[in-house]
Design a protein around this ligand. Structure first.
Ligand SMILES: *[C@@H]1O[C@H](CO)[C@@H](O)[C@H](O)[C@H]1NC(C)=O
Ligand SMILES: *[C@@H]1O[C@H](CO)[C@@H](O)[C@H](O)[C@H]1NC(C)=O
Ligand SMILES: *[C@@H]1O[C@H](CO)[C@@H](O)[C@H](O)[C@H]1NC(C)=O
Ligand SMILES: *[C@@H]1O[C@H](CO)[C@@H](O)[C@H](O)[C@H]1NC(C)=O
Ligand SMILES: *[C@@H]1O[C@H](CO)[C@@H](O)[C@H](O)[C@H]1NC(C)=O
Length: 524
């Protein structure tokens, strides 16, 4: 058990059986496992539908009451791993009953600058027969404040926390089930996507298959770009943005042959904000010169002082999307971008980005990056490639937070670094751009963003429609996905198909008017 401070168990009905009792005992015994550097190891057997108050100050997918509920019987393990003298990582592993375990491990990641175990993900993972684990990225808080305390905590956030959580979970799995796992998988999006790709680079033996969504790699430049976009965006109000969105769609929505509020190929959209320039004074239906300039800044790639590309431009058409829009384009500073310079670069909690935020701050951040590398954009995945690892990545083309061009760029960098022909890339690294999808999930009404990348986006358990199961098939049967069929949230709009075939890069998604459906065409 978790000891005196823990836990409050809520029995939501279920009678213990003889088998469950055996599992309870085995779970209790697991707490005696000796693991190097682990200084706290508690276990708790939870039956389906029971919940408990988690031993942490935050948890993604939990409300303020921090109650985690399981949908299947699990042995919950909570461990604290000392990663250095000044840092520790909180690890949580959910182990389904032996007869419900299919021999697989599923690692999960975090989001933003947060150090919170993702309970949605481990709940889902254990319910589909994985031994699932999460970690807090080395700090137990929903923000980046702790990153100022020690460089060791930044190293945990960057890469080490996931690794020690993986090693610890593998050992616990072996002890609990009496045999090692068959295959280990990882699934994470955003910063969790970055952690997955970084893990493939740093610790290529950890996972056999990695599913990484909208990775927040190219991290420093990405945050700088977001800060610059945030400052420029203050020149426009929501009504102005509505105007911009409408104009983006007017110029670019039809390029793919269908007006569905989806810019299928952002690269094909050369948006001209000048069209919106007011003749004379600013009016509601046009933009002032300063506003046009701000939109141009936001819709342009970020270049360095010698003209080198630092970050691809933000995806056109994402204006005013979902709940995430205010995070970057709201009236206040961009939280993650501000905190990075506050707590990591300058160690000054009062720091605010000045209106001319730019080269100097980026240079300062890169000086810090040299001490504690977080960017995670090194394209040398040769070790992961050699050991037969599979990397499956996806990115919405209407991502407000992380430009989809970043995923495209990284793919091309890896291809060049490893000097691999397309067929050899296909052996270990596949990229799916999801038209109209926002950040990790959600998106335009007609966007088929449900692809089984997260529990609540599962619309079919068939592996050709389920990103995680597609990865499992790739690792275990050797057949990687050529396409992934996604589903829209609603099927009320009869004029657009409720599902859509997503294409493996570099194939493109093309509308076929004769059959009124999308198909994937290899680029010439
Ligand atoms: C880990 O750190 C904690 C807290 O600083 C300390 O009490 C404990 O002795 C350390 N344990 C190990 C195994 O390093
Ligand atoms: C768990 O709760 C769900 C929804 O209330 C119910 O359908 C299911 O039967 C419960 N499972 C168990 C094992 O009690
Ligand atoms: C940041 O400043 C705080 C308070 O001044 C100090 O305790 C801490 O060690 C500093 N962090 C680093 C990484 O130097
Ligand atoms: C339905 O799709 C059509 C085009 O296929 C689009 O013009 C329309 O806005 C969509 N309606 C809704 C409610 O999404
Ligand atoms: C997928 O499988 C899970 C159980 O593993 C089940 O709960 C769920 O209903 C299935 N979803 C679909 C869409 O078939």
């Amino acid at each position: 058990m978790f000891g005196a401070r823990l836990p409050q168990v809520f029995l939501l009905g279920l009678v213990a059986t003889a088998v469950a009792l055996t599992d309870t005992q085995r779970c209790a015994r697991l707490a005696k496992t000796h693991i190097k550097n682990v200084h706290s190891l508690d276990t708790l057997y939870l039956r389906a539908n029971e919940s408990y108050r988690v031993p942490a100050s935050c948890g993604s997918g939990l409300g303020d009451d921090l109650l985690a509920q399981t949908s299947v019987n699990v042995c919950v393990v909570h461990a604290i791993y000392n990663t250095s003298r000044t840092s520790a990582t909180r690890i949580e592993v959910w182990l389904p009953d032996p007869d419900a375990w299919y021999g697989r491990i599923l690692g999960t990641g975090g989001g933003g600058l947060a150090g919170c175990v993702d309970y949605d993900d481990i709940k889902w993972g254990s319910s589909i027969h994985f031994a699932a684990f999460g970690h807090d990225g080395g700090h137990d808080a929903p923000n980046g404040v702790a990153l100022a305390k020690s460089d060791e905590i930044i190293i945990d956030y960057a890469t080490r926390a996931l690794h020690v959580a993986t090693v610890t979970s593998k050992l616990l799995v072996r002890t609990y089930y009496g045999r090692p796992h068959d295959n280990a998988y990882y699934n994470g999006c955003s910063n969790g996507g970055r952690q997955g790709v970084r893990n493939a680079h740093d610790f290529p033996d950890d996972f056999d298959g990695i599913l990484a969504g909208a990775p927040a790699f190219n991290f420093i430049n990405l945050l700088a770009q977001s800060n610059i976009a945030n400052l420029a965006s203050h020149k426009l109000k929501d009504d102005d943005w509505a105007l911009v969105k409408k104009e983006v769609l007017r110029q670019c929505d039809g390029l793919d042959g269908l007006h569905d509020e989806i810019v299928t190929d952002p690269d094909a959209c050369q948006f001209l904000p000048e069209v919106l320039l007011c003749q004379g004074a600013k009016r509601a239906d046009c933009l002032s010169p300063e506003q046009v300039e701000a939109v141009r800044t936001i819709h342009s790639p970020l270049y360095g002082q010698s003209g080198e590309l630092l970050a691809p431009r933000l995806d056109p058409g994402a204006e005013l999307d979902t709940g995430l829009w205010p995070l970057i384009f709201g009236p206040s500073f961009y939280e993650f971008g501000q905190q990075w310079w506050q707590y990591v670069v300058y160690n000054d909690s009062t720091w605010e980005p000045s209106p001319d935020f730019g080269y100097k701050e980026i240079a300062d951040a890169n000086a810090r990056e040299a001490q504690v590398p977080v960017a995670s954009f090194d394209p040398d995945l040769s070790a992961f490639h050699k050991r037969g690892g599979k990397l499956l990545t996806y990115h919405g083309t209407r991502d407000i937070l992380i430009p989809s061009g970043t995923s495209l760029w990284y793919y091309q960098r890896v291809q060049r670094a490893l000097s691999l022909p397309p067929s050899a890339m296909d052996e270990f690294y596949r990229l799916f751009l999801i038209p109209g999808m926002s950040h990790c999930y959600l998106g335009a009404d007609a966007s088929a963003w449900q692809i089984g990348q997260i529990g609540f986006t599962v619309w079919s358990n068939a592996s050709d429609s389920h990103a995680l199961f597609a990865l499992v098939d790739w690792v275990e049967k050797g057949t990687g996905p050529e396409t992934i069929r996604g589903s829209t949230l609603t099927t009320t709009n009869a004029t657009t198909p409720p599902t859509r075939l997503h294409c493996k890069y570099p194939a493109k998604s093309v509308w076929q008017p004769d059959v009124q459906d999308w198909t994937c065409i290899e680029s010439p």
